[in-house]
Write a protein that binds this ligand. Structure first.
Ligand code: SF4
Length: 343
């Protein structure tokens, strides 16, 4: 493990380092076979973003680095390289676990040092990825934030969030709690191919309904929309209609963007899964973001569909917290894992 470049790791946009040495390395078994969990002690757990980030939140918490959801377009993949790990299989199978996250948070929320600003989770990797089922760090964080009446938001693709409905409800009784699901498509084939480790999108829609029914506001990022793969009007209508019916408090689309480091993972996948689209994507993505005309087209379709089905119009505010799916740059888009190296 000493080969891991911890001293170079940056958990928060250049604020210096983040972990002590790896405490333990756990090889996964059973449902976690083929995975490794690298236990570290975070030096701090609340991450402050630089003012220049342009994101609608300033403070984040990320208890994990790497994500077993293994989305091929994941924006967070390159952040694994700061650790001397790779953005491909290592990102999906070698998960850094900040085992002291809850205890650090308690220490950092001391009123003398903390002003009570809103904190966003899910801004880099998924706080409810599979291993949260055994580490329960996100649950502990929600409990501590609730006890402190500190406002927070969560973006996830995982129905595991429903396990914590009890503590979310308790927290929401004391402070502002917002949740968002990322549901890029209901197309079964696209989902299986591009997000192989995530819960079925229909189960996610059900989770949106359950959260809202429980009084926890939950919006949806239709993200990322993949040009030529999941952007047909009928595909968009399926997901928008389902989310409106689930009571989503907001529905906003985000067209795929391919930053350096993500592109190297995505394009080989595209060549295998949709070779006929290779040239089109090369033309669409000379840079990280799809052309404005493509983004405007998708936004327009989704806005029309939301109105058609009686949903709540997209808002640029905190519910659209952009996280892993989104980066608020050019047009306020991003894609899960959404942002620059943060978690
Ligand atoms: S996009 Fe989100 S859910 Fe998918 S691998 Fe990245 S962090 Fe995990």
């Amino acid at each position: 493990m000493t080969e891991l470049r911890w001293q170079l790791a940056d958990d928060g946009g250049g604020q210096g380092a983040l972990f002590d040495d790896v405490l333990e390395r756990h090889v996964g078994s059973g449902e976690f076979r083929g995975m490794e969990f690298l236990h570290v002690n975070a030096k701090r757990i609340i991450n402050e973003l630089p003012q220049s980030s342009g994101l609608p939140f300033r403070y984040t918490i990320n208890a994990y680095r790497g994500c077993s959801h293994a989305c091929i377009f994941c924006f967070a993949r390159p952040t694994h390289e700061y650790l001397g790990l790779n953005a491909g299989e290592d990102f999906e199978r070698k998960i850094v676990v900040k085992v002291n996250a809850v205890e650090r948070l308690r220490a950092e929320l001391v009123p003398a040092r903390w002003a009570g600003d809103p904190i966003a989770m899910g801004t880099n990797t998924d706080p409810y990825q599979r291993c949260e089922g055994k580490y329960r760090l996100t649950r502990g964080i929600v409990e501590v934030l609730g006890e402190a009446a500190n406002p927070f938001s969560i973006l996830t693709k995982s129905t595991l969030i429903l396990r914590d409905l009890d503590v979310l409800i308790e927290a929401a009784a004391r402070t502002d709690v917002h949740t968002s699901f990322s549901i890029g498509t209901l197309d079964e084939e696209v989902w299986r191919s591009s997000e192989p480790g995530t819960p079925h999108p229909r189960r996610r829609v059900e989770a949106v309904a359950k959260l809202n029914a429980a009084g926890i506001p939950c919006g949806v990022l239709v993200a990322p929309v993949l040009p030529g793969i999941s952007d047909r009007p009928d595909q968009l209508e399926a997901v928008v209609q389902a989310c409106v019916e689930a009571g989503a408090t907001s529905i906003s689309p985000i067209v795929l963007h391919l930053r350096p480091g993500v592109r190297e993972q995505f394009m080989p996948w595209l060549e295998r899964a949709h070779p006929e689209l290779l040239d089109e994507y090369r033309g669409l993505y000379p840079r990280s973001y799809a052309p404005r005309v493509v983004q405007d087209r998708v936004s327009s379709i989704v806005a029309r569909l939301v109105a058609k089905h009686g949903g709540v119009a997209p808002t640029p505010s905190r519910e659209r917290q952009t996280p892993r799916d989104a980066t608020p740059k050019p047009t306020g888009s991003a894609q899960l894992s959404l942002m620059p190296p943060v978690r």
